[in-house]
Design a protein around this ligand. Structure first.
Ligand SMILES: [Cu+2]
Length: 345
């Protein structure tokens, strides 16, 4: 209804206005107007108009402000950009009204080192950047259960993204085992969780797609004085995309405390001797042993691949005093260390 500011005349002498839908409207003129009546009515109507206009003047900036706030809120939501750009989805987990999506570079969980990112979104698809996540992977092998070396799930700075890594000791189906996952999500003061969700950990192969590639090794320290009986897991991280020439090579070392507890070990070392078994087991120049990098919280070195093909990265695990815990030098009849990883490209 169109607002009409006009005069309602009643009984010839009295006048006023009525409101319909909050606005005054003209009803009827049932008496002839005297000049005096007309002037009074005009003045009163003008006063009402001014009052209305004032209220509108106050309301309009308020409405504009509200609209601006609303806009800001939308902008804030837009300002949390999709944190998963460039990553491939592994799978979703539904926890309460939130969807926790796992991502990484390959879209797969794999034997050995597997990096994993999580994005948390509410039912409207808005990313949550203030969540807390914790997880527990467990392999059920019938006769026994075990977890695997892993990190806490931590926030990626400046992104609505959370990260962790796993060093999967076995793949799904190995030893008839299956991997299960517990995941706990806290948003604000509310914590919810899921448990025993089966996850698929894939085996890792050489380029023929059939021959397994060694990327993780569980070892018991040789019966040397201080480490006898201790068990370690050594996990290859890099090179991810090996090339001819100098490559970063990196690895994790965890000490196995029990089937579920693996503690990262610092200050150890991995002596490196890369070899090409198919070519008289030749090595290459300019390699560097893997030593502890506090910056990257893992062991870093350099491997020089002088040509493409199948390489064995022979390693010797040494403690902080340089004592050998596992592995042996390559020489003469001894073509490999008992600790090695495989790279082929
Ligand atoms: Cu297992």
């Amino acid at each position: 209804m169109k607002p009409v500011y006009s005069i309602f005349i009643e009984g010839g002498d009295s006048f006023g206005y009525r409101e319909a839908n909050g606005f005054p409207y003209y009803q009827h003129l049932n008496l002839p107007l005297t000049m005096r009546t007309f002037v009074r009515a005009f003045v009163r109507t003008f006063a009402i108009f001014v009052k209305k206009a004032r209220r509108l003047a106050i309301l309009m900036p308020a409405a504009a402000l509200l609209a601006a706030c609303d806009k800001n809120r939308n902008t804030d939501a837009d300002e949390i950009p999709d944190p998963t750009e460039g990553l491939t989805k592994v799978r979703d987990f539904q926890i309460g009204r939130y969807t926790v999506s796992a991502y990484n570079e390959t879209g797969e969980l794999r034997l050995g080192y597997t990096k994993l990112y999580f994005a948390v979104a509410d039912a409207s698809g808005k990313f949550i950047d203030s969540a807390a996540l914790s997880a527990f992977p467990e392999m059920d092998m019938g006769m026994m259960k075990h977890s695997t070396p892993r990190s806490e799930i931590t926030k990626v700075p400046d992104k609505a993204l959370y990260e962790t890594y796993y060093a999967f000791l076995m793949y799904s189906g190995q030893g008839n085992g299956k991997w299960y996952y517990d995941l706990k999500l806290t948003v604000g003061s509310v914590t919810d969780s899921i448990s025993d969700v089966e996850i698929d950990v894939k085996n890792v192969f050489r380029p023929d797609g059939k021959t397994e590639r060694r990327v993780i090794q569980s070892v018991s320290a040789d019966t040397s004085a201080d480490a006898s009986g201790k068990r370690y897991v050594v996990t290859l991280v890099e090179p991810v995309a090996p090339k001819v020439g100098s490559n970063d090579v990196s690895a994790y070392i965890h000490e196995r405390k029990d089937a579920n507890t693996y503690i990262p070990v610092e200050r150890f070392a991995l002596k490196l001797d890369p070899r090409m078994p198919s070519m008289e087991n030749h090595s290459s120049p300019n390699n560097a042993d893997l030593t502890w990098s506090a910056d990257e919280q893992r062991y870093k070195g350099t491997v020089n691949f002088s040509m493409t093909g199948y390489w064995k990265l022979n390693l010797i695990l040494q403690n902080e005093h340089g004592a050998t815990l596992y592995g042996n030098p390559v020489s003469g009849e001894v073509e490999a260390s008992s600790l090695y990883f495989e790279v082929e490209f």
